[in-house]
Design a protein around this ligand. Structure first.
Ligand code: HEM
Length: 563
């Protein structure tokens, strides 16, 4: 093709000369010879047509050449020039880290370390960091507490200094959320993914739904979902005599899903439960696709999984749209708003001045987020609490003693839950050792100061919560041990007022649902402790596995004894 283009190009350059000759030829045609004239005029217009055609081809070929060169330049810039420029920028700041490997960065290295760590049998006493974050662990040992790695072609600085972490959380306009995995936005779009003014607007509208005043009205709903599971467990145990082996993990997952269905959608919770099932399937498919994230636009390929994801997303939207428009109609008909999360959110939204509220799509995104953020995290908190209390029978006994002192065999209520000091210490310690969100990431978009460093735009900042929570310099030599007593005088004393306890994040973007989660977890644990003692089953396999949060991959097999 290219030789032809070059030929055409040289033809094109001589076209003006040819035109002039032809024109002069044309003028000299004698009117005597009409047929000769007709012949030469049709020949003339054919030559003109051919020339136009050739000129068009030249323009198109030149444009194509420009586009191809531009694409090559952008790819080169993306894969090599920009990363190398950022790398030397960071090294000039005195920062240490790995050398850049084009395109993949450290992704392959960290995956293979994770694979190796997962292939070995684990014991509950093994160090969790080397099991679920082996690459960060290796980097920490090699470079110390501040280093950079590569998320593909993007450099990522890991920081563990409480002062720097505080600065990142506070400057939320400068340190925005990363959007490295577009697929995950199918589950967590909305508030958790929003930045800047959009985040400010969404947070303001959603905040009232999570005020303590509102959450406390949901305590009876927490009770309802939890007591149903307790009744089932009691039946299972009594069928076997007085003890029974049970994998509590799937029960806990369903229980927290039921809580969020009822608290978010009230009377429409049955439809809500369908969303929960669909979201769980979606999360599973997204995890399968995450390994292919490096293939550009992979999520748009018409693979079986991608098509299923699209169908699920559509079905969730149809259900949510139905629930929301039903509510809006009821409101327009003058019915009082419901006191569930959706009702409060719609009321808060309608109180905004015109044009400042959320539209239907945005409300749907927030509802989807409540499901994912509320269910995934609270279920892992409860599962690891039961595992740790099985390993530490002394703390299980102390927690039960407190529950029995406060409630006896009565129904737990808000006032009593607020008195559960030992249980609060235990939950904080579980959140420290097994934080559901083990790392939080942010991105810079312009040059910005962080402590003594000047960071360029286009990099990420990683805050490895799990490493920070187990740092002996911050928590003492016993940092890896389960010692709830470190929280006996509250978080501020335990952390010596440093920003190093981050299960719910920190600063303006701190988890909006933390009161909700803590009340729910305390209700569930109080009901469990009133009825059962529990220990690890011989079939328990310790298998912390990083998905979005740290799941017990082989479940949580316990032996429940009826009290
Ligand atoms: C044990 C339970 C929970 C844990 C450990 C947890 C953890 C977190 C963390 C670490 C963040 C901050 C993420 C970041 O800064 O990048 C966060 C944000 C968020 N969480 Fe939770 N969460 C829990 C329960 C809940 C519940 C029950 C809900 C709602 C029903 C919820 C809704 C949210 C939302 C909407 C955000 C985004 C807040 C914002 O960006 O303004 N979470 N959560």
């Amino acid at each position: 093709m290219w030789p032809e283009v070059v030929r055409n190009l040289s033809k094109g350059q001589s076209s003006t000369v040819t035109n002039n000759i032809l024109l002069s030829e044309h003028k000299s045609i004698s009117t005597k010879d009409k047929s000769a004239h007709a012949f030469s005029s049709s020949k003339f217009s054919k030559i003109l047509r051919d020339q136009k055609h050739q000129q068009m081809e030249i323009v198109i070929a030149s444009l194509a050449l420009v586009v191809v060169l531009w694409c090559i330049w952008r790819i080169l810039e993306w894969v090599w020039l920009k990363p190398k420029m950022l790398e030397s920028y960071l090294r000039r700041q005195g920062l240490v880290g790995t050398r850049y490997t084009p395109l993949v960065g450290d992704v392959r290295r960290s995956f293979s370390m994770l694979k190796e760590a997962r292939s070995k049998p684990m014991k509950p006493t093994d160090d969790l960091i080397s099991l679920v974050m082996p690459y960060s662990f290796h980097m920490l040992n090699t470079y110390g507490k501040t280093f950079f790695t590569w998320s593909g072609p993007i450099p990522a600085i890991t920081i563990m200094n409480p002062q720097l972490i505080k600065e990142v959380y506070n400057k939320f306009y400068d340190f925005e959320k990363t959007h490295t995995f577009p697929l995950t936005s199918l589950l967590t779009d909305g508030l958790a993914n929003a930045d800047g003014d959009k985040w400010v607007k969404h947070r303001k509208i959603i905040n009232p739904a999570f005020h303590f005043e509102k959450i406390k009205n949901m305590v009876p709903t927490f009770y309802k979902s939890c007591i149903e599971v307790m009744c089932e467990w009691e039946k299972l145990v009594s069928d076997k005599g007085s003890s029974c082996e049970l994998d509590v993990w799937p029960w806990i997952v369903n229980m927290t899903g039921d809580v969020i269905s009822r608290t978010a959608f009230g009377s429409s919770y049955k439809e809500g439960q369908r969303i929960f099932i669909l979201q769980a399937e979606l999360a599973h498919l997204i995890i399968l696709a995450l390994g292919k994230n490096y293939i550009p636009a992979y999520r748009h390929f018409p693979t079986k999984n991608n098509r299923r994801m699209k169908t699920i997303v559509k079905e969730i939207q149809v259900i949510l749209r139905g629930i929301i428009s039903h509510r809006e109609k009821a409101r327009d008909a003058g019915e009082a708003p419901s006191d569930d999360l959706l009702g409060i959110l719609l009321k808060s939204n309608s109180e905004q001045s015109k044009g400042n509220g959320l539209n239907m799509e945005e409300i749907m995104e927030e509802c989807k987020l409540f499901y994912f953020a509320g269910q995934e995290t609270t279920s892992v908190l409860l599962a690891w609490t039961m595992v740790l209390l099985s390993q530490h029978q002394d703390w299980q006994a102390r927690a039960r003693e407190e529950v029995m002192q406060v409630f006896g065999h009565n129904k737990p209520d808000l006032q009593g839950i607020n008195q559960l000091k030992v249980m609060t210490m235990i939950i904080y310690e579980v959140l420290r050792l097994y934080p559901p969100v083990i790392q939080m990431n942010r991105a810079t978009h312009k040059e910005i100061k962080l402590g003594d460093m000047t960071l360029p735009g286009g990099i990420q900042v990683h805050m490895p919560v799990l490493l920070i929570h187990r740092d002996t310099k911050l928590w003492g030599d016993d940092a890896a041990e389960f010692k709830p007593e470190r929280f006996k005088d509250g978080i501020a004393k335990a952390t010596k007022n440093q920003v190093c306890f981050l299960p719910f994040g920190w600063g303006p973007r701190i988890c909006i649902g933390q009161n909700f989660a803590l009340l729910e977890a305390k209700m569930a644990l109080a009901l469990i402790l009133q009825r059962f003692s529990f220990e690890l089953s011989p079939s328990y396999v310790h298998s912390p596995y990083r998905v979005f949060t740290i799941h017990p991959q082989c479940g949580a097999h316990l032996i429940l004894h009826k009290l």
